[in-house]
Design a protein around this ligand. Structure first.
Ligand code: 9WN
Length: 428
């Protein structure tokens, strides 16, 4: 399919999923606004409708909490019956929302919204309009970065504490299998709604959902205060990708600050300290990959996944490790379409089950971006081309089977369309 037709198809998906104020990931499966989905969507929208891209970012920021958090879901009050869990599962969260008319979840997402705001701004050729956009978004983004730094800090580390698998966006990744081992059960009964339009065997398991809902209860009982939550919860991690994207966010914020004549938002000393802690906690010398850190057990989670590769997008990986990480992961992934989230040889690999193997377009976007900024141009181009080939063959699927290239999950998915547009535009 020629690039122009592919781009036209992607624009159609984004238009169809636009509710007027924000873009839903998929009208049937995910009828609300998701934080990091909308950040990718804004990057895609900026390739053809700049005002709409800016409005997408504004809608994420309108859901902010008084303490600066940007929640992972902003609920559409007209659709609460169509997705589980709804706002009633996060009762105490609602008092934290700055705008009392807005309903949100009680957790956040990796802070790609900051990077998206920088990239959307850069696509505006008119300097005054660009600066006006950054001027109104910058204070909220800065508070979000500081929220993660201060309210999500465990003693002894500058890294970010992630408190729920949904917060990472990689819900049932093998990275978080230790939650299953904890055997948590929620107190309130619940009925899943996520497997209505897609095969249950492609979704997280019932045991995974027990853990997710039990953590929601623990978070709400702790009124979303990290210390109280940690005292009772088996799940608290330094997610390698969230940490990398925090560092990127802090640097992207600094670029906006420079343009706006504001002082640097995060000192060089803090950035350097963060990068040193990242290297110390996340680099696994035995695996030869960057991995996550379990703050409860106090050890690395030695699982090979693409999260450590996507972390290249943070721009804080020791340069000589970038090529080695790519080569190591490519060797583990032989026979799979790039970039499988778990390598086929891993015991946890499942070609179709959500975050346990399949290819996800936004992950590939991060990997390609990170490879390019590490100077690995050919490798970046191969990830870009491989991603576009998958979309050409299988459409704008939520995600893809890495062995067959078949589409999985919901169809006409917003972030797949958005990433396609940006990858096409980058080749121009
Ligand atoms: C829970 C919207 C979101 C993505 C996540 C993906 C999935 C939700 C779910 O869908 O998570 O937040 O119900 O499964 O895992 O990355 O942001 O597309």
């Amino acid at each position: 399919m020629p690039d122009q037709r592919l781009a036209a198809g992607a624009r159609r998906v984004l238009r169809a999923n636009d509710t007027g104020r924000w873009t839903v990931p998929s009208p049937a499966q995910y009828p609300h606004q998701w934080n990091w989905d909308s950040a990718f969507v804004a990057v895609g929208l900026a390739t053809f409708d700049w005002e709409r891209a800016a409005a997408e970012i504004d809608a994420i920021l309108e859901a902010r909490w008084r303490e600066g958090m940007l929640p992972h879901v902003r609920y559409d009050p007209r659709r609460t019956a169509d997705y589980f869990p709804g706002p009633d599962r996060w009762p105490r969260a609602q008092a934290h929302v700055a705008d009392s008319a807005v309903r949100t979840s009680g957790i956040t997402n990796p802070p790609i919204v900051v990077t998206a705001t920088l990239l959307v701004g850069r696509r505006q050729p008119n300097r005054e309009r660009r600066l006006a956009f950054w001027r109104r978004t910058y204070p909220v983004l800065r508070r979000f970065v500081e929220y993660l730094s201060h309210r999500r800090r465990v003693p002894g580390s500058p890294l970010v504490a992630v408190v729920h698998p949904w917060e990472s966006g990689w819900d049932n990744s093998p990275r978080w299998d230790h939650l299953r081992g904890a055997g948590l059960r929620p107190r309130r009964p619940f009925t899943r709604q996520d497997a209505r339009g897609v095969p249950a065997s492609d979704r997280p398991s019932d045991a995974d959902y027990d853990g997710y809902l039990a953590l929601v209860e623990l978070l709400d009982e702790a009124d979303y205060e990290l210390g109280t939550y940690r005292a009772r919860s088996p799940f608290c991690v330094h997610d390698v990708l969230a940490d990398a994207l925090w560092y990127r966010a802090a640097r992207d914020l600094a670029e906006m600050a420079g343009e706006l004549g504001e002082p640097p938002p995060v000192s060089r000393w803090r950035l350097d300290r963060f990068a040193a802690a990242f290297e110390e906690r996340h680099w696994d010398p035995d695996l030869g990959l960057y991995v996550d850190w379990d703050c409860v057990a106090g050890r690395r989670i030695a699982r090979p996944t693409a999260a450590g590769l996507a972390a290249l997008a943070g721009g804080l990986i020791v340069p000589e490790r970038a090529a080695a990480t790519w080569e190591r992961y490519a060797a583990l992934s032989a026979g799979a379409r790039a970039v499988c989230t778990v390598p086929p040889g891993d015991p946890a690999f499942d070609a179709r089950r959500y975050w346990r193997g399949p290819v996800w377009a936004p992950v590939n976007w991060l990997v390609a971006d990170g490879l390019a900024s590490a100077g690995l141009r050919a490798e970046a181009a191969s990830v870009r081309d491989g991603t576009l080939d998958l979309v050409r063959e299988a459409g704008f699927a939520e995600y893809f089977d890495p062995l067959t290239g078949e589409p999985c999950g919901a169809g006409d998915f917003s972030w797949t369309a958005a990433v396609t547009l940006d990858l096409l535009a980058r080749a121009d």
